[in-house]
Design a protein around this ligand. Sequence first.
Ligand code: PMP
Length: 353
Amino acid sequence: MSIPRARKALDGIPAYRAGKPALTEAHKLSSNENPYAPLPGVMERAGSELARINRYPDAGMTVLHEALSERFGLPTDHFAAGTGSVAVLFALLSAHLEAGDEIVHAWRSFEAYPIAADLTGATSVRVPLRPDATHDLEAMAAAVTDRTKVVLVCTPNNPTGPVVTAAELSAFLDAVPRHVLVVVDEAYVEFVRDPEAASGLVALAEHDNVVVLRTFSKAYGLAGLRIGYAIAHPEIAASIRKATPPFAVTDLSQAAAVASLEAQEALDERVELIVQERIAVVEMLRKQGWDVPDTEANFVWLPLGEDAMDFALACDPVSVRPFPGEGVRVSIGMPEVNAQLVALAGQWLEARA
Ligand code: PMP
């Protein structure tokens, strides 16, 4: 019996792999989540929407767009929200790419990039990271052809951690034709402390072809509510909104996002604790002998090559994220679990010495 066949393009697309569950929530260092429980005020505001879930949500996301507009000092038509920044990216690419187009991005980078490109029928052109795990923006500019419609710049880069510098991004934007969209994926931007780091918003102020991607999943701790957004020229923001399913973002998510923007100070304190833990974890791992690239995100990268799976198994009961043949990404969690991970990493190295 034959069943209807999906588009051929899907045959080569791997399923997205999510981070593994762990013994306890606290032991899960595999998905770059915020380890802190949601703020009570944020939960309350989301919960207050439960009484009207018989109604569709606010399709125009007016309150959220207004809150973002106030936060960033840009008119509301510069924003387009969706069910996580990954969905916003899928909408953007489906609005701008067709079969035969090319999309340039670094590799290794966020694994959803080639999947999103393949879904549109476009060709994803992967430009290797430099040996220090940073984007090679000169090589990426050189990879742009007449067929390139989109370039993705992930800063800080998932899974390796480094940022693109402001000088590098500025030179890159000058080198790339204005009809090419440059997406600056800033999923981890709130954890950045490097004063030389690029800012997508600064780039957008100077270049209409820039799209900044942000999320409430990481620093804001709302991964489970699936809410992210783009900041872009109004015409580009409108194309994203058109390509987004109607009523995609629930009122629960919108309310939690707005309450989180209002609770910025309390959330910043948590982000700072995570940043301090990151700095300590990197220092301890380097002391043990690990070659950890600079990271400005809420995770660290261990370039283990063929030993990635072996190391990930040895981390039990802490769940980390192996990339077979390449390395292991470890999210920053609560201090006790970070310490447990560092101890396991030290034991693993000693056993091999
Ligand atoms: N961009 C990057 C670089 C990411 O690492 C992630 C999450 N892993 C996302 C986007 C998507 O995040 P979300 O869909 O939860 O907003």
